[in-house]
Design a protein around this ligand. Structure first.
Ligand code: NAD
Length: 412
């Protein structure tokens, strides 16, 4: 990790898109300013009876194209700057995939591994209660992110609904199916990362069948991407989590079985790798699917992969990005590569609003249609404007938000 912050990365990317689109300075000011930010104190009664106060955040970066939408992260290092950066990325991602949303993000500066289940529930409910005045199906719709899952979403939905006096499933996405969740949401981000990987390989003239992949992060994104890639006939040769990585496993599902039983990746027959060694493996595709700033000027120089598919949000700093570009490595940017999650979250919200639920095939087909369309648009912009895939994706996303701003005008 280096000193670059996600907010510096996000602002540098936006500045470049604004310059490339030749937008006037007043539009840079509008686009680079979050619409609404909220910091809350979240008191938690620990199981011991002690009361501790945690910092909670919710940033609604943009509501220009619709209600804001974005995940809730439980991680000790989350702060307001990082939340703003991630909410900004969500804004361009929703615009790039043409979803009728703005962008948001939230979280609590806490390590969920230090919480009992009861403590996690109380913290989640109190956080929901603190941000309750600004969320809702027509306002801002949270979802899971690092350190949260469908159980957290169930508690958030229940807290909101109890306060409303009736059931409001559309207030969050990524819920359990029985509470109005969508089939296919759990694996959606990983499925989308796999679609992106397949398309990137084709764009680079490499046969996806048998292509090799290394994945940093074995959580909701990394695990499901690994499963989907294996099903598509690619070879996942290495994965890692916060404790380090492994190679030499026979299949992702066998590694998962070991992980579930023992809580580590060191299945019999595997060989250990450091996270840095994983990044530098000679593979066709490297997928950073953990946290921000994994690929920096320090780690990028030794990357040998032909393609980087950004499963995580903001995993590459601008300096790292420049090195990858100089080396001719194709980078599929986060706002395209990991958009599968918010796309199926959108489907979940639509289903909740209509009280009519789709089957799994319909979800998968519609996910793939939206992702392939976004892929095609980005590829055309790369061709027409001679820019990188990241620049093209941002130009499309930022351009759409800027146009929406222009058309709505300024009130009063
Ligand atoms: P998660 O909490 O389920 O998993 C995170 C994984 O990263 C875990 O395996 C963890 O051990 C690992 N990890 C943490 N620190 C690490 C380190 N220093 N080195 C290597 N591995 C490390 O989180 P997730 O939901 O899978 O999210 C991962 C990334 O994808 C985040 O950047 C998130 O914002 C982004 N993302 C998630 C979704 C989603 O639907 N969950 C959607 C879009 C983007």
């Amino acid at each position: 990790m280096t000193t670059e912050s996600a907010i510096e990365t996000a602002r540098a990317q936006l500045r470049r898109a604004v310059d490339q689109l030749k937008l006037p300075e007043n539009e840079w000011q509008t686009l680079s300013t979050p619409r609404r930010i909220l910091e809350v104190a979240v008191p938690l009664r620990r199981d011991t009876g002690n009361v501790e106060i945690y910092k909670g955040f919710r940033v609604q970066y943009s509501t220009t194209r619709g209600p804001s939408k974005g995940g809730v992260r439980f991680h000790p290092s989350i702060d307001m700057d990082e939340t703003v950066a991630l909410a900004m990325l969500m804004t361009w991602k929703c615009a790039l995939t043409n979803l009728p949303y703005g962008g948001a993000k939230g979280g609590i500066a806490v390590d969920p591994a230090t919480l009992s289940r009861g403590e996690n529930e109380r913290l989640t409910r109190r956080y929901t209660s603190e941000i309750l005045p600004i969320i809702g199906p027509e306002h801002d719709i949270p979802a899971p992110d690092v350190g949260t899952d469908e159980q957290n979403m169930a508690w958030m939905m229940d807290t909101y609904s109890v306060n409303a006096g009736f059931s409001v499933p559309g207030v969050v996405t990524g819920k359990p199916i029985v509470l109005g969740g969508s089939l296919g949401r759990t694996s959606a981000t990983g499925d989308g990362v796999a679609i992106s990987t397949q398309q990137a390989l084709i764009a680079k003239g490499i046969n996806p069948l048998g292509a090799t992949v290394a994945i940093q992060g074995f959580g909701k994104v990394g695990y499901w991407a690994a499963i989907a890639l294996e099903q598509m006939g690619l070879k996942v040769v290495a994965v890692s989590d916060v404790q380090g990585g492994v190679t030499g496993f026979s299949s992702v599902s066998s590694l998962w079985d070991h992980f579930k039983a023992h809580g580590d990746l060191n299945a019999p027959g595997t060989e250990k790798l450091t996270n840095e060694e994983l990044l530098h493996l000679d593979v066709d595709v490297l997928i950073p699917a953990a946290l921000s700033d994994a690929i920096t000027e320090h780690t990028a120089t030794k990357i040998k992969a032909r393609i980087v598919v950004e499963g995580a949000n903001a995993p590459t700093t601008p300096e790292g990005d420049a090195i990858l570009n100089d080396k001719g490595i194709l980078v599929i940017p986060d706002i395209l590569a990991n958009s599968g999650g918010v796309i199926v979250s959108y489907f979940e919200w639509v289903q909740d609003k209509q009280n009519y639920f789709w089957d799994a095939d319909e979800v998968k087909t519609n996910l793939s249609t939206i992702m392939l369309k976004a892929f095609k648009e980005v590829a055309s912009t790369v061709e027409e404007r001679s820019v990188t895939w990241r620049e093209a994706a941002l130009m499309i996303g930022v351009g759409r938000v800027a146009e929406a701003h222009r058309l709505r005008g300024l009130y009063p």
